[in-house]
Design a protein around this ligand. Structure first.
Ligand code: NAD
Length: 306
């Protein structure tokens, strides 16, 4: 069935996601503030709207893929002469926000949409630009069961694993909790390799033991931070490309915000956030997040020399 979809935010992720929806036969109208983003989707059967208002006016579904919570809430809400997406959409439109934003912001966006007479879900993704292009993203969805049933066939075009995590905001909650595990485990694996080096233990020997023992995890067996044991990991390509340090810093920043709002005393999570914020201030911003091992090694050398 063809659905009329407005896609707002055609950047690195949104562009290929919108292209996949158009390829699947949906009537996609796109809008982005950046001309470069609009140029990147040209020639893919996406109708480019002159404004966000025009993009959503006849849509059944509005998907947003924007940088942060303030952009989503800002796009939904009035500002000056612009009445915001919620005012321009027809009543009962299904709003799906796939941006990665704070749980509290997702709930605010949901409440604004519902107060304006619409339906709303948070549906952040993992899988990066490679998954966006291949249509193999994982979607973590928060919202009612009825809205999930309506959204699922559309999300299936862009992803291969769609999980309904519960009510409003719980898609974002699942994403932030998963990436908290990922950030902490990458630091743990990297510290173990650097300690092994100092103790004279070969990378491969540590890998052969830990990958078959209780140290086994994705950070070790898929995204191994040292070159060699897992030939496809970014470490074998000088940490390029991959899951950027800046995005891990963003996600751990959202986790820190959630620790604050819930009162969870996550000592390691808070430290992991500090470690990745520092990493993303320098060259780590664009390198795969497993490059954190180089920071740990450099700090260890500096301490050894002191
Ligand atoms: P991006 O910066 O490439 O794209 C965002 C786009 O939104 C830009 O083109 C920008 O011009 C546009 N935009 C901003 N405000 C707008 C508005 N009011 N109206 C219309 N367009 C507007 O970012 P991205 O890499 O595509 O990421 C988008 C979201 O997905 C982020 O929340 C990010 O954290 C999340 N995410 C990214 C990745 C990744 O690998 N890049 C992976 C998972 C999740």
């Amino acid at each position: 069935m063809t659905t009329s979809i407005a896609f707002i935010g055609l950047g690195h992720m949104g562009g290929p996601m919108a292209i996949n929806l158009a390829k699947a036969g949906h009537a996609v109208t796109g809008f982005d503030l950046s001309q470069a983003a609009l140029d990147a989707v040209a020639g893919h059967d996406i109708l480019i709207a002159g404004s966000a208002a025009e993009a959503v006016a006849t849509a059944d579904v509005v998907i947003t893929m924007l940088p942060a919570g303030r952009h989503v809430i800002g796009a939904y809400s009035p500002s000056g002469d612009d009445l915001g997406l919620l005012a321009y959409a027809r009543p009962g439109t299904l709003f799906i926000d796939s941006s990665t934003i704070a749980v509290d912001d997702a709930r605010t966006a949901h409440d604004l949409a519902v107060a304006a007479g619409h339906r709303a879900m948070d549906a952040p993704v993992s899988g990066g630009t490679v998954g966006a292009e291949a249509g193999t993203l994982a979607f973590m969805v928060g919202g009612s069961s009825e809205d999930f049933a309506a959204a699922e066939p559309i999300l299936q075009v862009m992803g291969k694993r769609i999980v309904h995590c519960g009510g409003s905001g719980l898609g974002q909650a699942a994403k932030v909790c998963n990436n908290l595990i990922l950030g902490i485990s990458m630091i743990g694996v990297s510290e173990a390799f650097v300690l092994g080096e100092k103790l004279g233990l070969e990378h491969q020997a540590l890998y052969d033991v830990a990958s078959n023992a209780s140290g086994q995890c994705w950070a070790l067996t898929t995204n191994c931070p040292v070159p060699g044991p897992v030939p496809t990991s970014p470490a074998n390509r000088d940490y390029q490309p991959g899951f950027a340090g800046a995005l891990m810093a963003k996600d751990l920043g959202l986790a820190a915000q959630a620790f604050e709002s819930t009162g969870v005393d996550a000592l390691i999570g808070k430290l992991a956030n500090e470690i990745y914020q520092r990493f993303a201030e320098g060259a780590g911003a664009n390198a795969d997040f497993s490059g954190i091992i180089n920071d740990i090694r450099e700090r260890s050398e500096a301490q050894g020399a002191a």
